[in-house]
Design a protein around this ligand. Sequence first.
Ligand SMILES: C[S@@+](CC[C@H](N)C(=O)[O-])C[C@H]1O[C@@H](n2cnc3c(N)ncnc32)[C@H](O)[C@@H]1O
Length: 376
Amino acid sequence: MSLVSHLNQKLSDTACLNCRTPVTLSPSPGMLTCPACNHTYPVFDQIPLLLQDPEASLAAAHSQHQALIDSNEKWLENVRDASRRQPERELLGQAIRAYESNNVYLKRLQTSVERHLGIQKIDELKEEDRLPKQYDLEEGIVFSHRDWCWSPGAEAEIAKIANTIRDVVTDFADDVDRVLVPGAGAGRFACELATTYDSCLAFDYCVYMAQIFYDIVAQDVTLYKVNLRSNVAKTEDVVVEDTLSLDAPGDDRIRAALEQGRLSYFITNALDLPFPGNALSAIACVYFIDIVPLKTHLNEIRRTLKPGGLFINIGPLRYMRGDTANMLSGEEILDLFRNSGFDILADGTVTNTQLTSSPVITSVLSHNFMFVARKR
Ligand SMILES: C[S@@+](CC[C@H](N)C(=O)[O-])C[C@H]1O[C@@H](n2cnc3c(N)ncnc32)[C@H](O)[C@@H]1O
């Protein structure tokens, strides 16, 4: 049995997004079916797509793959031109091979979507302008480097956040078994929590995030980072080959948790969760609440948490995009939770060098907003 097929074993006690009935979706090849209304959800390359409009999300992933392939192509043109003028710089040859290799990988992800949906359907959806807004793949891929390269800087960042979550759960609850991880990205925090809690339910809205995570579960993935513009001192740090592995060398901690079926990772929207009311004992958001319209997400948090359930947040409030009306200060967020049926149990900051990359001289010190709320 492959490791990927151990995922989603505990994806039960869901609710159908079509008829809203609490059900366990029943698996059949290539799909999940609601036993109450027979609505079907596609399973794409083993990834369940629990969405109202899964085809539009697949087409959006295809667009994101293309955008990053195009951006790499632009860099390739620049680097090839520089290399023609400076043929003695072997470094530029390495950068060319790095961009080419990344694009082979991205093209493979894109081809998977084409095989599933068909290029004609993808083009139709793009023309109809029906593609949901997606987190940018170029920004998203940074999380794979942080999460799965096992560099000391990244590990310090991950340990601080994961340990803070575990500590507050120990302080404020004694019956946490089912933990939801919204906007799980490249999946590392979800995997960490799966080593501690029986059932960790991780999800992201972007299909490409799940594609990369599922690939890493299946086997090591090699991606390159080209730091031509990133302020590095050593020549050997300009083109970096990253091997993304599920566990640190010589370890099998995360593999063991996955083999026990403790992790689910699926695609869904934080604003429309496929769970019935009062279903979850904890929700842990990392680097997420400044990405979604929080008031709408909070409706889903309040609906799906059990009374007494914990909501834990750690992340910046940087609001890079979206409606200004959603750009709340930390104090406003605490008041919003209090006025929505929660007690605030703790709040503070967790400071780290956000998304640190060891060869890069510059790093940002991020004072992440942390709070714990309990549903009354
Ligand atoms: C800043 S990243 C953080 C990733 C992860 N939490 C971490 O810290 O490693 C935010 C993630 O939220 C996802 N996302 C954005 N909107 C979402 C939504 N409505 N529902 C679920 N995930 C969403 C993005 O695709 C992206 O992977």
